[in-house]
Design a protein around this ligand. Structure first.
Ligand code: GBH
Length: 541
């Protein structure tokens, strides 16, 4: 299995006719405002030039251009705790985590990293490793409250003030905020009272999301110039509404609001339309004066064919379309990938002409989250293929990992560093009406099992994963000409790893949940030592 992937990789790596893109540094002024990334932006270079003489692009000693954005990420429910502070109301994750048997060890995000209280010292922590870019999410159920009489969400001033304070602390520390509006924590009332993401064509939900987005753009847009609407719609659609592992925990065969295997596609459709509605508001009312960028963070475990056969190559391409194209293609062309329509027929919802148009213009930059790679083979005519949820069953293929790929704490995470380069190429090889390939890696990281702080401080595996993966990102940039603008490691802190509770640790800082002490791991020291730009000195210069 490993050989097949290596072959594929080598095949695509050579001078084999794979089209190389010109790397245009043509981001709007907004990017210059993203905190100190102006240096070197005047340089234009092509992939060819860069490949021939990478140091001519003004490389830092880590091999990246000075303008490259290095950041770390977190999300609200995973770190904030303070579930009853600032008038916060429950989200579907409160309900899910408090349901016995849903998370490992019965863990919940009630306290998490207590960041709602400790955010000022966490900003100091960021400073301690020289962090300049920080990605985090807002909790919708902290920023707004359900008003039962009006049957809608209304602003929650104390919650909004919390994010005011956080943003002010970040900016005072010279750290640029990258804000995600929705990292899976749907207000419970919107799920229960308004039909949530699972009700077909739920226009009231699209409108609620657009109002929430507008509230945030209006209040914070002077301080935030990078917005993502959703984080990983794939994960909450598939794992939340078909697999049942994540909130709201729907499984098609169980009780609840997911009567059949089509719920994932209904959820996806609503999420895309909610994103488009928010984008319209941003374009019309905020972007002209705020000059920020709009994005969505999509995750993809990239699929490579298990064998060189035509069927397996087609299966890998199909898997990538179902994983990433499901979201990316509508954002580019206003419609789902043809292969999804082919396999799903009328089970896949359709967009009106106006909806297509609003989707096509809805991102300026793509966020990509990536952790692992899959090897796939086509199911033969008499075979069913993987069946672990409807989304995978629909694809008629079998998915596996390369033998010998190092295994992280989570069963789904195996390291195959070239996968990120191939994914970046696959994604940036497409472009649409408005988006032309600019990418930020918004998540990548290595989860460890729970060990003591002392052992974590010397964990080399995490550092190796980050070093190997960032090197592949560098190759995508300088060798392949993919316009990848930045890389956000996951995560700043160990945190509430969803259904895995606190048992998996992705942080660069170890968190002792008894004392809330944070200890830098080996990877934090590596980050501080290597991810800042010190100019590369040529011999004799
Ligand atoms: C991201 O989720 C989240 O954004 C973040 O909150 C989380 O803490 C972090 O990553 C680490 O998990 O296609 O069968 O191999 C990633 C969640 C879980 C999504 C594993 C993809 C792979 C399923 N991922 N899943 S499969």
């Amino acid at each position: 299995m490993r050989d097949a992937a290596t072959r594929y990789h080598l095949h695509n790596d050579g001078e084999d006719g794979v089209p190389r893109r010109r790397l245009h540094l043509r981001w709007p002024v907004a990017l210059l405002l993203l905190g100190g990334v102006g240096v070197g932006v005047g340089v234009r270079y092509s992939a060819g030039q860069a490949a021939a003489a990478p140091t001519q692009v003004g490389a830092c000693s880590n091999g990246f251009p000075p303008a490259f954005i290095w950041g770390l990420g977190t999300s609200a429910y995973q770190i904030e705790g303070g579930v009853n502070l600032t008038g916060r109301q429950p989200s579907i994750w409160d309900g899910f985590a408090h349901t016995p048997g849903k998370t490992s060890n019965g863990d919940t995000g009630d306290v998490a990293c207590d960041h709602a209280r400790l955010f000022r010292s966490d900003v100091e922590l960021m400073r301690s490793i020289g962090l300049r870019h920080y990605r985090f999410s807002l909790s919708w159920s902290r920023a707004m409250s359900w008003n039962a009489a009006r049957r809608r969400m209304v602003p929650n001033e104390p919650g909004l003030r919390f994010y005011d304070a956080l943003l002010d602390a970040l900016l005072a520390a010279g750290i640029t905020p990258y804000v995600t509006l929705y990292h899976w924590d749907l207000p419970q009332a919107l799920h229960t009272e308004l039909g949530g993401w699972h009700t077909p064509y739920n226009a009231p939900m699209h409108a609620e999301f657009a109002r929430y987005a507008a509230l945030c753009f209006g209040r914070y847009g002077g301080r935030v110039r990078f917005w993502a609407t959703f984080n990983e719609p794939w994960t909450f659609a598939v794992e939340g509404y078909s697999l049942g592992q994540k909130a709201p925990g729907c499984v098609p065969t169980g009780p609840g609001p997911c009567p059949d295997g089509d719920a994932v596609y209904v959820v996806g459709h609503n999420v895309l339309l909610a994103h488009a509605a928010a984008a319209e508001v941003y374009r019309r009312e905020y972007q002209p004066s705020q000059r920020g960028l709009l994005s969505m963070s999509l995750n993809c475990e990239f699929s490579l064919p298990l064998t060189p056969s035509r069927e397996d190559a087609a299966a890998a391409e199909r898997a990538n379309e179902f994983y990433l194209g499901w979201w990316l293609q509508p954002l580019l062309s206003g419609d789902y990938p043809a292969v999804m329509r082919q396999y799903l027929g009328a089970r896949l919802p359709t967009f009106s002409r106006a909806q297509s148009a609003s989707l096509q213009a809805s991102i300026d930059v793509l966020g990509l989250n990536h952790y692992s790679t899959h090897l796939v083979r086509a199911a033969r005519p008499h075979e069913l293929g993987d069946q672990w949820c409807s989304w995978i069953a629909d694809q008629r293929l079998y998915s596996s990992y390369g033998a010998g790929w190092p295994q992280a704490a989570s069963a789904w995470e195996r390291a195959y560093p070239p996968g990120i380069r191939l994914l970046l190429r696959w994604a940036a090889g497409r472009s649409g009406a408005r988006w032309h390939g600019d990418v930020l890696v918004t998540e990548n990281g290595w989860g460890c099992n729970s060990v003591g702080a002392a052992a974590a401080a010397h964990d080399v595996q995490q550092q190796e994963y980050l070093a190997n993966y960032t090197e592949q990102v560098r190759l995508a940039l300088v060798e392949d000409g993919v316009p990848v603008r930045g890389y956000f490691g996951w995560s700043l802190l160990d945190n509430f790893e969803w259904n895995d509770g606190y048992s998996k640790r992705f942080g660069l800082f170890y968190v002792d949940y008894e004392t809330q002490a944070r200890t830098p791991k080996q990877a934090a020291r590596w980050w501080n030592r290597t991810r800042h730009c010190s100019e590369k000195r040529e011999a004799g210069v």
